[in-house]
Design a protein around this ligand. Structure first.
Ligand SMILES: [Zn+2]
Length: 179
């Protein structure tokens, strides 16, 4: 994976701290073979600070990504604004099971951050992500409204309780009227 080499961060010659900047675009997401993130544009600032026993990696990611909408499966844009700190040690073996500590070999003294970046982005995606009401792909939306009349979503239920007429019939009627 040569195209990911640009995400190598060398720890050699870092005296106090050093800032790295990366721009993640569609080619990054295809290079990491991402299935859930289809593309995007993210600015990454990484500040590496040398401490006594380790290096502190502070990442800041800002931009947006393209993911499939849960409801209509068309692509939608999701804003990403996330910050995370990792601790990087130079050593022989991986001895700390903490997720935030990474050990790199004393031979290379460098860390490829491509996977860390991808993980941070993947974790920043909310479990549910849908277009705003009315912005879903129209054909699919109609189909879903017709198919999911028994949706068990509690928020939907509440709205239905308040309505005087059964909104499921109203929806069906509006679909029929539009055809
Ligand atoms: Zn949608």
């Amino acid at each position: 994976m040569d195209e990911l080499e640009i995400y190598n961060v060398s720890l050699k010659n870092i005296k106090e701290n050093k800032t790295f900047c990366f721009k993640l675009a569609d080619d990054f997401f295809s290079a990491v073979e991402s299935t859930d993130v289809q593309g995007g544009l993210i600015d990454v600032t990484l500040t590496v600070t040398k401490k006594t026993m380790f290096f502190e990696f502070l990442f800041h990611l800002q931009g947006s990504i393209q993911v499939a909408c849960d409801r209509c499966l068309e692509l939608m844009s999701l804003p990403i604004n996330t910050e995370k700190t990792f601790f990087v040690k130079i050593g022989e073996e991986y001895c700390d099971n903490g997720d935030d500590t990474i050990v790199v070999s004393s031979e290379s003294e460098e860390l490829n951050v491509a996977w860390l970046l991808y993980e941070m982005i993947a974790l920043a995606i909310p479990i549910q992500h849908k277009h705003r009401e009315g912005e879903c792909e129209k054909t699919m939306e109609k189909c879903l409204q017709a198919c999911l009349v028994d949706e068990t979503d509690t928020s939907e239920r509440k709205n239905e309780d308040k309505a005087t007429t059964d909104p499921r019939w109203d929806r069906l009627k509006s679909i029929l009227d539009n055809n």
